[in-house]
Ligand binder design. Structure first.
Ligand code: UDP
Ligand code: MG
Length: 316
């Protein structure tokens, strides 16, 4: 009995890459013995012809299931939509731009058949990403893992295989602000890691600019660690002790030596320094309060406009 496996692919303005993606991935999938495939393609509110091309694929091939979101919700939400729509005994998440090598999929399946519940693809060579992206990514991982108890393996993206039990576990996590790399790490399970070299994009350009990546990193840090918010208590205490000692020193100096120097410079420094620390800590609080605000609204993570799928013909 072949097992049904779902491939979850988020698409956002990938019009030029849709057909190449299908042409590349289908032969790889059909060559894997003892498997049946379902391709859950999520159109994340693309503004180009991505959706039209995906629907055309679905008309020809009943393996395709197109989840059309009502607008652009971002990759994390799109992946969540795909995972919710996937019905397979295992699910593989892969980018639409073929930066994750489909050749790794057969190895992932083998590892899964041998008992792994999560199979990760780890990028051993990210030379296709810009130097700045690589550097900031490595900073992010080391900072995150220092702050948080949940360790995210470095250089592991969203390209992974998950057993049904892992997908079910992910669906139990109620948070609206979904930092998937953190959620994947949080659920745990028996994990195997495969190495690969990250290719360049097949078409179009990356949707994650500097600002988007910065927001993403902040999301990750604040979703999985409260240290940034707690650290201000300690810094404040240390600052207060220093200020107190300095105050005592000034009082002593005035008593014993008279009022020699008017302390304009030190006063100015103290006011601006502690003022800025307060502003930073208020900002930090704001990050968390903003997140609490978003979570309490209990809005759905994404909205589906329509699911496009051609029923399989009885003969096949
Ligand atoms: N993506 C998406 N919604 C978005 C942005 C991106 O579904 O709002 C998809 C995109 O189509 C691609 C994957 O997420 O399949 C990875 O995006 P990209 O290649 O731009 O990211 P990078 O590889 O540079 O990290
Ligand atoms: Mg990419």
């Amino acid at each position: 009995m072949p097992s049904l496996i779902s491939l979850v692919v988020p698409f956002y303005n990938e019009g030029n890459g849709v057909d190449l993606f299908a042409q590349t991935i289908l032969p790889v999938l059909t060559a894997i013995p003892d498997t049946e495939w379902e391709l859950v393609c999520v159109d994340d509110g693309s503004k180009d012809d991505t959706l039209r091309r995906l629907i055309a694929l679905a008309r020809q091939n009943s393996q395709f299931k197109i989840v059309e979101l009502s607008r652009n919700f971002g990759k994390e939400a799109a992946m969540t939509a795909g995972l919710d729509a996937a019905t397979g005994a295992a699910v593989i998440v892969i980018d639409a731009d073929l930066q994750d090598p489909p050749e790794l999929i057969p190895q992932m399946i083998t590892a899964w058949q041998e008992g792994a519940e999560v199979v990760l693809g780890r990028r051993v060579d990210r030379s296709s990403d810009s130097a700045a992206k690589r550097l900031t990514a490595s900073w992010f991982y080391s900072l995150h893992n220092r702050l948080s108890k949940i360790k995210i393996p470095s250089n592991v993206g969203d390209f992974r295989l998950m057993d049904r039990c892992v997908v079910d576990a992910l669906q139990q996590l109620p948070e609206r602000q979904r930092f998937m790399k953190g959620l994947y790490a949080w659920v745990g399970f028996r994990t195997v890691t495969l190495d690969y070299v990250r290719a360049a994009r097949n078409a179009g350009e990356s949707k994650f600019s500097g600002v988007a990546l910065w927001n993403f990193a902040l999301e990750g840090l604040t979703s999985f660690s409260t240290l940034p918010i707690r650290i201000w208590t300690y810094l404040g205490t240390v600052g207060a002790i220093c200020a107190l000692m300095y105050g005592l020193f000034i009082v002593g100096r005035t008593l014993f030596m008279g009022n020699t120097v008017p302390g304009y410079a030190s006063l100015f420094f103290a006011v601006t320094f502690f003022g800025s620390i307060q502003i930073i800590s208020i900002g930090m609080l704001g990050e968390y309060i903003g997140r609490i605000y978003m979570e309490t609204k209990q809005r759905p993570i994404y909205l589906v406009r329509k699911i496009h799928q051609t029923p399989a013909s009885p003969t096949t």
